[in-house]
Design a protein around this ligand. Structure first.
Ligand SMILES: N[C@@H](CCC(=O)N[C@@H](CS)C(=O)NCC(=O)O)C(=O)O
Length: 224
């Protein structure tokens, strides 16, 4: 459930986005879930503006401008946003919090693996990349504790995996695979996350078409 309007917000946040980027979406989900007011700037990653290259040390989105500081790396942005506003989305129990952070890190790597899988150019590389992704999804399957990753409370772990699970859900070559079909908890978790308004609203209405177009520009294999 989304939190009430954040009345305690003092800082002004500006997020720089490339709309189909899962790392950006992860930050938007946190902002929207916590009802944090923010401005958004869109850039074209193929034609990065000078002002952006000056602000982003790695030339990557997302970046979050707050006061006169630039924060980069989506996991750090998320933790900052979470700490800068009430009602944390991480466990208050230190061990559980470390466990959540570890699985967030695991999710960040899996986003890259999944991106690679989706852009595989032929059957051989697709199968190799699929093994890596499915191996990790199987590990996640054994960690999911309930409706959300950590049980009945939405957390920063969910914000990390929602964009990744949405990407996977767009490709039948992945979802029709018999190994994927066995991942019952991952599938239920995906359905729960994709129904959340903050997850739906973290992308434009044209996301599916935009993402297919992005993929098609690089390979046809996964869409064949
Ligand atoms: N580790 C970074 C990854 C961000 C990332 O890879 N962003 C991609 C778009 S999804 C990007 O900006 N790529 C631009 C480039 O590499 O030139 C994070 O979590 O923020």
């Amino acid at each position: 459930m989304k939190q009430d309007i954040n009345k305690n917000q003092t800082n002004k946040y500006t997020l720089t986005s490339f709309p189909i980027c899962p790392f950006v979406q992860r930050a938007i989900i946190t902002l929207k879930h916590k009802n944090i007011d923010f401005d958004i700037k869109y850039i074209d990653l193929k034609n990065k503006p000078e002002w952006f290259l000056k602000l982003s040390p790695l030339g990557k989105v997302p970046i979050l401008e707050v006061e006169n500081t630039v924060i980069f790396e989506s996991a750090v942005i998320n933790e900052f946003l979470d700490e800068d506003t009430p009602n944390t989305l991480l466990s208050k129990n230190l061990i559980e919090k470390a466990h959540q952070r570890a699985w967030i890190e695991f999710g960040s790597t899996l986003i890259m693996d999944t991106h690679k899988l989706i852009l595989s150019k032929d059957e051989e590389s697709f199968n190799e990349n699929k093994e890596i992704v499915f191996n990790k999804l199987n590990k996640i399957e054994n960690e999911i504790k309930g409706e959300y990753f950590s049980g009945n409370k939405f957390s920063l772990v969910d914000t990390t995996y929602a964009p990744l699970l949405r990407m996977i859900s767009l490709f039948e070559k992945i979802t029709n695979d018999k190994e994927y079909k066995k991942l019952s908890k991952v599938k239920t978790w995906t359905n729960t996350l994709l129904e959340l308004p903050e997850v739906k609203e973290s992308v434009k209405e044209t996301f599916k078409e935009d993402f297919y177009k992005y993929v098609k520009n690089q390979t046809n294999y996964i869409l064949e």
